[in-house]
Design a protein around this ligand. Structure first.
Ligand code: ATP
Ligand code: MG
Length: 362
């Protein structure tokens, strides 16, 4: 069954209300209505009658229809509002629509009333649906962000845990194995040359394995970040990059070492790590500079290379995850990552983070 429509008339001319009702009768509209004349009654009925639509006379004795609309608008109710007026200039019509009135009807054309009601309700329903969808979208976006943040934290915790296990357990077991090999070598009388050479190989191999374990656990979570702090870790990463890639990497920092909040430090480190990996993979750069600075409100890390330069198309390629991940990390910290590049002139990555004292523990 069609829903019973509730119409509230705000009008001081009973004959006008009757004429409008007459038009509604002609189209067999299933409705009930209330009729009020004063501002007080109008707002009482909005609460008590809870209309689906309001038809308001433009010129009332104590206040105008527009005044009624403005007070009504403050209540942020999503009820369609139609102004009824004796004469309407083009300017007034524009003003009404700009203020948010849903429609207006001239008293000379009351036959428009049913159609205007139908249209205003439809319009309001579309607006409500739009608002609902955009609220839902905002909610799910913020849920997604919260989830991402949680995933990042859990991932970092897991990495730290695995790094510790690998380093402490495997590392120690290997060291014990190495001592055993040493012991066998020492205990042998008249050792056979082939056996000595084999044992030496085993010693060399276990040294290599110890180094691999160190590298893997450092990659997973550089212990230096806990021991020496973030700034020292960033500098260490630049030195490591320079040594490994044989590309000069100059590090400067005007930021004092201090205890950064754990996830903040790790995120900054991961952004530098991915940027340096990108430079080694894609840039063909001859040199790199990394600078860290701060002002009253921001912490800034800038990484510049003089390689072939990243292009907009490559940044937004929709396939790779490195840059997307860096931007996401920056966003999760409430900051932003700006990437610029020029063909054969290099790439600049700028990380800007809102820097509040709550991020640090000292
Ligand atoms: N410093 C750079 N110089 C030149 N091109 C770059 C640089 N950094 C990134 N790019 C380009 O931008 C693209 C996107 O980088 P992104 O890190 O997202 O992906 P990727 O490194 O190719 O893959 P991954 O998902 O493993 O990180 C790269 O494929 C590369 O073409
Ligand atoms: Mg990458």
């Amino acid at each position: 069954m069609e829903k019973l429509l509730k119409i509230l008339f705000l009008d001081d001319t009973p004959s006008d209300v009757d004429l409008m009702k007459n038009e509604l009768k002609k189209v067999n509209l299933n409705y009930i209505s209330k009729w009020v004349e004063t501002k007080e009654d109008f707002f009482t009925e909005i609460k008590e009658f809870v209309p689906d639509i309001i038809l308001c006379d433009y010129s009332l004795p104590s206040f105008t229809g527009m005044e009624a609309f403005r007070s009504f608008k403050e209540q942020k109710l999503q009820i369609p509002f139609i102004l009824v007026t004796g004469n309407l200039s083009e300017q007034l019509a524009l003003d009404c629509l700009n203020e948010g009135v849903d429609d207006f009807i001239l008293k000379s054309s009351f036959r428009r009333v049913p159609k205007a009601i139908e249209r205003a309700i439809e319009k309001k329903n579309v607006e409500k649906e739009k608002e609902r969808i955009s609220t839902e979208l905002l909610n799910s976006q913020s849920q997604l962000r919260a989830l991402l943040k949680k995933i990042q934290i859990v991932r970092e915790e897991e990495r730290a845990h695995i790094a510790r296990e690998i380093h402490d357990e495997l590392g120690q077991q290997l060291a014990a194995l190495k001592m055993d090999i040493d012991w066998i070598m020492y205990k042998q009388n008249n050792p056979e040359e082939a056996v000595v050479s084999k044992l030496n190989e085993m010693l060399k191999f276990s040294d290599e394995m110890i180094n691999t374990i160190r590298r893997i656990s450092t990659d997973l979570r550089p212990a230096i970040i806990d021991n020496l702090g973030l700034i020292a870790t960033l500098e260490w990463k630049c030195n490591e990059f320079e040594e490994k890639m044989r590309i000069p990497c100059q590090f400067t920092s005007t930021v004092k070492e201090r205890k950064f909040e754990d996830h903040l430090g790790m995120n900054i480190y991961r952004i530098l790590q991915e940027t340096l990996t990108n430079i080694s993979k894609h840039a063909q750069a001859k040199s790199v500079t990394v600078s860290v600075s701060e002002n009253e409100t921001e912490l800034i890390m800038e990484i510049t290379d003089d390689g072939k330069g990243v292009t907009i198309g490559r940044i937004h390629n929709g396939k790779t995850l490195g840059i997307v991940g860096m931007k996401e990390r920056a966003g999760l910290m409430g900051g932003e990552l700006i990437i610029a590049g020029e063909k054969n002139k290099g790439t600049q990555i700028k990380l800007k983070l809102p820097f509040k004292n709550e991020y640090t523990n000292s």
